[in-house]
Design a protein around this ligand. Structure first.
Ligand SMILES: [Ca+2]
Length: 321
């Protein structure tokens, strides 16, 4: 367990005191600082990334201040690979976790092949990506997925290497609840994802996704592993065009307000709330600790309350991951 004496820690204690709960937020990154990468445990910015406040050529408008722009250059596949590694950052790896980020597809986003978006990883450098199938004992992953444009929109989903996979490559699971997993360019979306590891050997692992606070996907019979030595190793912000087909032109996406939490996080309402009294009011309204979004109906109410810590609060006390 690591402890950080920071303003964020003090704020986390205050929040916990008011809510009667232990700290739930593991990580927050708002990309306001030019040294944002240090919070991710990096010594330098990840490849093909840039902090932007403006980008009028690509019709960018801000969500909350600056954002992280990721570029896939013409003739290339690789965007970036940015990871929040639980063991390194917190000392242990969770069995279940939520993460949320805001995503904007640039005006130039028009892929001619599917590819990868942020998601969960447990490859341990052995198996579960890049045509390295898994056995149940060596690795797994559930990155995000984008596909080529359909009816003017970009389909998104999970790209999962799991113990029941067939062949060399992972399964495509589109986020198909009420077509919420069809994204437009030049619009911010709140993307939230949840993973619960399966009981080793059993088909009871869970993957869920919400878009703008509403359920977009649920699958509760995933077998990621046959051993409890595999856990959620990292939140994996991977952007990749393909497969093998390279991008025919430059493509850009924008990310903002990344939050990783042990409880549902939700859309921006809570982020705007900075007064302790208001937090107390929200907590009092909501049985958030009892909420398990096992159905889309429940889920639609679930991820609403938790706020991210304030901008300076990037490292919090992690007690039980
Ligand atoms: Ca920001």
């Amino acid at each position: 367990m690591k402890k950080y004496l920071s303003p964020g820690l003090c704020f986390a204690f205050l929040t916990a005191l008011v809510s009667g709960a232990e700290s739930e937020v593991v990580f927050h990154s708002d990309f306001e600082s030019d040294t944002w990468f240090k919070d991710w445990g990096l010594d330098a910015a990840a490849r093909n990334t840039q902090i932007v406040a403006k980008d009028p050529d690509n019709k960018f408008t801000a969500h909350r201040g600056k954002a992280l722009r990721i570029k896939i250059a013409e003739g290339n596949n690789y965007g970036t690979s940015l990871a929040y590694r639980f063991k390194k950052q917190t000392g242990s790896e969770p069995e279940e976790i939520y993460f949320r980020y805001y995503l904007r597809l640039g005006n130039d986003w028009d892929p001619k092949a599917g590819g990868k978006l942020p998601g969960f990883g447990g490859t341990y450098g052995r198996a579960g990506w890049g045509g390295r199938p898994v056995s149940g004992d060596d690795g797994w992953s559930a990155r995000g997925l984008f596909l080529t444009r359909k009816d003017g929109k970009i389909p998104v989903g999970f790209y999962c290497y799991h113990a029941d996979m067939k062949g060399k490559y992972g399964s495509h699971w589109r986020w198909d609840i009420e077509d919420r997993g069809l994204l437009e360019n030049k619009r911010w979306y709140c993307i939230e994802q949840y993973e619960k590891m399966n009981t080793p050997g059993k088909n009871d692992g869970i993957l869920r996704a919400w878009i703008d606070g509403k359920p977009a996907f649920e699958k509760s019979d995933v077998r990621m592993r046959d051993t409890d030595k595999l856990k959620i190793e990292l939140i994996w912000f991977n952007l990749y065009h393909g497969g093998s087909k390279a991008a025919e032109k430059n493509h850009h996406i924008y990310l903002d307000e990344v939050v990783i939490s042990r409880k549902p996080i939700g859309i921006g309402e809570g982020e705007e709330v900075n007064e302790i009294g208001r937090i107390k009011s929200l907590v009092g309204q909501s049985p958030r600790h009892d909420r398990t979004p096992s159905t889309p109906q429940l889920a639609s109410r679930a991820p609403m309350v938790r706020r991210a810590p304030r901008n300076r609060c990037r490292r919090l006390l992690i007690s039980a991951l």
